[in-house]
Write a protein that binds this ligand. Structure first.
Ligand SMILES: Cc1cc2nc3c(=O)[nH]c(=O)nc-3n(C[C@H](O)[C@H](O)[C@H](O)COP(=O)(O)OP(=O)(O)OC[C@H]3O[C@@H](n4cnc5c(N)ncnc54)[C@H](O)[C@@H]3O)c2cc1C
Length: 324
């Protein structure tokens, strides 16, 4: 749907743009994205479950997102979502506005020896683009099924690679709709963690980044991508809805090993189940799990591992919204 003006178009959820805008308390104008109200977020998460967003906006591009934010009342709660591959949306849904940032048409380019990428690009696309441009070390991104924005927010990593190691600078859209440029030195960056230097959560929405990967070889990079994907297919339950590793690995150990050692593989609550293939994955095999089932299983795993091993596993997945 094109939200070209407040009185034109129908939202994907069926309400008029004007009605939706009125409910948020603003008359939007000049938008090119898709605006919807009370829209299920299940299809925007890799667990394929969860509640609705009060208002959901899918921007056409970064300028459109900026225009949207400039018109959104400052008090309106705002939640960015990429491909939802690290997110559990509770069944009661998310109050305020959710912006869905994955954009298959987003830009990837080589500029001044760096790779420029819009945050809405999926990580595997960046990995293949880097390989095609004879870069090394971007291969790890081929198996991360999120957006570049999500990878920046999470400092996604695997197989020895980590997103921020290769970031030269990133563009952030602030809540007031203005862009700012940040460099790695603006953040305290750690294992699956990107915070401001003062310890506060990173603010704003990542809209783009410039990466520098070391020079490599096209054939070698492609072969490495193939090898890493084969490794994932052999070890992860990729055919059923999941959100990757649910818990962070504790220092010097693996969450999957601890969960397995507690006999939890295959343990199920409602439609949610600890994967038999990888104990740190919770799967939704029949697509029937509620977010409450998944969250209850997360709590059960955490309690059991704590009781049996004394280790408190910390969730890596982000849980948002309200219980039903
Ligand atoms: C099969 C599978 C395998 C996985 N393997 C790995 C792995 O090897 N390594 C790894 O690190 N992760 C892995 N993950 C988890 C996930 O893919 C990563 O965390 C990924 O970076 C999340 O990106 P996303 O776009 O899906 O983020 P989302 O789940 O949509 O969001 C995650 C968080 O980032 C925030 N966010 C999203 N976009 C932006 C933005 N543009 N600006 C600011 N904040 C934003 C959200 O608000 C949320 O808090 C895996 C997941 C699956 C399903």
């Amino acid at each position: 749907m094109s939200a070209a003006g407040p009185r034109r178009g129908r939202s994907p959820a069926g309400g008029s743009v004007a009605a939706i805008a009125a409910s948020v308390g603003v008359q939007f104008s000049g938008l090119r994205g898709a605006l919807a109200q009370q829209k299920s977020l299940a299809k925007y998460t890799s667990w394929r479950t969860g509640g609705r967003g009060d208002t959901v906006y899918v921007p056409a591009d970064r300028d459109d997102l900026a225009a949207f934010l400039r018109q959104l009342p400052p008090g309106e709660p705002l939640t960015p979502l990429g491909l939802g591959s690290n997110t559990l949306v509770r069944d009661g849904g998310v109050r305020g506005t959710v912006v869905v940032l994955h954009n298959p048409g987003a830009v990837l380019a080589v500029a001044d020896g760096l790779i420029y990428v819009d945050a809405g690009v999926a990580c595997p696309k960046l990995a293949r683009f880097a390989a095609l441009h004879a870069c090394a070390e971007a291969e790890f991104l081929a198996g991360v099924p999120g957006t570049v924005g999500g990878a920046l927010a999470m400092n996604a990593g695997c197989y020895g690679g980590e997103t921020w190691r290769y970031v030269v600078r990133a563009e952030v859209l602030q809540r007031d709709g203005r862009f700012a440029v940040r460099t790695p030195s603006d953040y305290a960056i750690g294992y699956r963690s990107v915070r401001r230097r003062d310890g506060a959560p990173a603010d704003g929405i990542f809209t783009a980044a410039w990466f520098r990967f070391p020079p490599g070889n096209i054939a070698l990079a492609r072969a490495r991508i193939k090898e890493l994907l084969a490794r994932r297919i052999a070890t992860q339950p990729l055919g059923v809805p999941n959100a990757g590793s649910v818990f962070r690995n504790p220092e010097g150990d693996h969450a999957a090993r601890l969960i397995e050692s507690c006999g939890l593989k295959g343990h199920a609550i409602g439609g949610a189940r600890v994967s038999e293939m990888h104990a740190n994955f919770i799967v939704n095999p029949a697509g029937m799990a509620s977010a409450a089932d998944i969250e209850a299983l997360i709590v059960h795993i955490r309690n059991t591992v704590r009781e049996k091993t004394g280790i408190d596993l910390e969730p890596e997945v982000r849980i948002i919204g309200e219980a039903a």
